[in-house]
Design a protein around this ligand. Structure first.
Ligand SMILES: [Zn+2]
Ligand SMILES: [Zn+2]
Ligand SMILES: [Zn+2]
Length: 364
């Protein structure tokens, strides 16, 4: 079961956890930089340097420390190591000495399960490399059985690509771009998708027509409607340095997978063709006089939203720096914002359907 590298690790350190071997803390591991890694390696390699340690096993320990460092330093190998550990030594040779022999499709099998290929080597035209609006690269890998369908891989490291739909299901399915000595490129793809392939499309970008742009308390917001009757929408917020909008939900899920830009000259809105997340139900605007803004002594305004036309009952919202206006009912987590379109009056926008019970309205 275990690979040679793993065995060497256990013999030297009783573990094959590289982070433990290099003395990298959980906190450092979370946001591992090359600098932290180099420092840890330097410390440990000095500790086990054969010139300094005469004891038995020092050479083996020194070697394991060097292996751990080499693998964690390479983004592709690190991704594989983090995802599945040291199952197969073949994954941890540097891409320069990878032997592929120019075969049409090389399947590297897991020793334990002969039937399940772990990696596929894919030659052109079995894949396509595309540039996204954001400047990052996307790889399309066509489905082996149905070339009208493909898997979408987004780049999240120097040469680490992950299947976007698998990622959505919290599963890591990696791919990397390789190059042979003759300059030919190929894709090495882990073949354990838990997702279904996507219908092929030509253009990485689409022009959006059904949208609205607003100003809010902390910047700009963009709503892209998914259907003509505006029952579903995506909420985007503006990133100043990048001069583009990103989908709030995609961003919350840790991916920078959906971006939209407005072309200044024409005012045209262009967005990434592939959107990872699903649209949310759109809650219609609450317009004046169906809500009131009331200044308070603390300086933070309160919002009253009337429950119906009689204005006898209402919902109250108080201002929260991070979340916007939050419902005063502690059991409720509904938030809203005051938005202002370029033309027309400001309104109150809820981002989820309000389900809590209204309270009696008292004026004054
Ligand atoms: Zn997948
Ligand atoms: Zn999204
Ligand atoms: Zn509420």
């Amino acid at each position: 079961m275990s690979s040679t590298i793993s065995k060497n690790c256990f013999e030297a350190f009783q573990t094959d956890d590289f982070y433990t071997i290099l003395g990298i803390t959980a906190e450092e591991k979370e946001d591992l930089t090359d600098a932290i890694l180099k420092k840890a390696y330097h410390r440990k390699s000095m500790e086990w340097h054969p010139d300094k340690r005469r004891e038995e096993g020092a050479v083996a320990k020194f070697q394991v420390v060097a292996d751990a460092y080499r693998i964690l330093l390479d983004p592709r190998m690190k991704a594989i190591y983090d995802a599945e550990g040291l199952v197969d030594d073949d994954n941890f040779v540097s891409s320069n000495d990878e032997v592929v022999n120019g075969q049409e499709e090389v399947q590297i099998f897991n020793n334990d399960q002969e039937e399940v290929p772990l990696y596929f080597i894919i030659e052109a035209p079995g894949y396509e490399i595309r540039q996204r609006i954001s400047g990052t690269t996307t790889i399309f890998v066509f489905d082996f059985n149905d070339p009208t369908k493909f898997y979408h891989f987004y780049c999240h490291g120097r040469n680490v690509y992950s299947c976007t739909k698998c990622q959505k299901k919290k599963h890591i399915c990696n791919a990397s771009l390789g190059e042979r000595s003759n300059g030919e490129q190929y894709i090495k793809m882990k073949n354990d998708h838990v997702c279904e392939p996507i219908e092929y499309y030509d253009d990485e970008t689409v022009t959006i027509t059904n949208f609205e742009e607003y100003k809010s308390e902390n910047g700009q917001e963009l709503f892209i409607f998914d259907d003509d009757d505006r029952s579903n929408f995506y909420k985007y917020y503006y990133l100043k340095p990048q001069k583009c909008y990103v989908c709030a939900q995609c961003q919350k899920n840790g991916g920078k997978m959906t971006q939209a830009i407005i072309i200044p000259k024409t005012g045209e809105l262009v967005a990434e063709a592939f959107h990872l997340c699903l649209p949310q139900p759109y809650i219609p605007k609450i317009k004046e006089p169906n809500f009131l803004i009331r200044e308070t002594k603390s300086g933070n305004p309160q919002i009253t939203v009337f429950a119906d036309k009689s204005k006898k009952s209402c919902y109250k919202f108080k201002w929260h720096k991070k979340s916007g206006y939050v419902c005063c009912n502690k059991k409720c987590s509904i938030t809203g914002r005051i938005l202002k379109p370029a033309k027309g009056k400001k309104f109150f926008q809820l981002y989820k359907q309000h389900k809590c019970n209204p309270v009696p309205y008292k004026s004054s």
